[in-house]
Ligand binder design. Structure first.
Ligand SMILES: CC(C)(COP(=O)(O)OP(=O)(O)OC[C@H]1O[C@@H](n2cnc3c(N)ncnc32)[C@H](O)[C@@H]1OP(=O)(O)O)[C@@H](O)C(=O)NCCC(=O)NCCS
Length: 183
């Protein structure tokens, strides 16, 4: 119910607070794989932490539309995509994504992100969607490129991780570019 078919028996659906146990089990499979590349508050270690993340997103969704969607393959939660930031007043948003290792390399995240871009740039009439990633995150940058985003710049040493600072890439696609690419 309320899910969008992706490929290979994979579906995209809202990820909500009541999914906490499933999300915690997924994080046990994903944690070390995603740790270097996502915000530290997302990488929790137990059920309470997983529930707190989902509750935080639910509160933000009520406020501004920031929200999470899970990708399930064969009924198992294997990753997801999100509106990481939503600014309705300016028509700007930021999307993001993650997968557990077994789900990587199956073309799941690009169509899931395309669904978010359709929602933001077509349905809601937003003008701009951004993608932020560590500049050495080649797989993430490849998704942005596949989505037709443009690399706009680098926030130098904006990403601290384990005592070192990394550059952060900012990619974006504008609504007319997204519409033109789709047609
Ligand atoms: C970023 C991340 C989600 C990208 O995942 P991904 O699987 O590479 O991306 P997609 O889901 O779009 O899949 C594309 C890959 O699937 C392959 N693929 C297999 N079957 C496919 C199909 N039917 N259609 C399209 N692609 C397919 C593609 O060839 C490509 O793999 P390749 O790059 O090795 O050639 C993943 O690497 C990840 O979770 N990393 C850790 C967390 C992270 O970095 N999150 C982003 C923070 S900014």
């Amino acid at each position: 119910m309320f899910s969008l078919a992706l490929r290979d028996d994979a579906h995209l659906a809202p990820l909500e607070t009541w999914h906490a146990e499933e999300f915690a089990a997924h994080l046990d499979r994903a944690r070390e794989h995603i740790r270097p590349w996502v915000g530290p508050s997302f990488v929790t270690t137990d059920l309470a932490g997983a529930r707190a993340t989902l509750a935080r997103y639910a509160e933000r969704q009520a406020r501004d539309g920031t929200c999470l969607f899970g990708i399930r393959r064969g009924g198992t939660l294997v990753g997801g995509v999100m509106f990481a930031a939503v600014e309705a007043a300016t028509g700007n948003c930021e999307i993001g994504c993650w997968l557990e290792p077994a789900a990587e390399g199956h073309g799941l995240v690009t169509p899931a992100c395309a669904a978010l871009l359709d929602h933001a740039l077509v349905e809601r009439g937003f003008h701009r969607a951004e993608w932020h990633c560590r500049s050495d995150n080649e797989r993430s940058a490849a998704v942005a490129k596949r989505l037709g985003m443009t690399l706009e710049g680098l926030r130098r040493e904006a990403w601290p991780y384990e005592g070192k600072r990394y550059d952060k890439q900012v990619w974006a696609v504008l609504a007319p570019e997204w519409t033109a690419a789709k047609s």
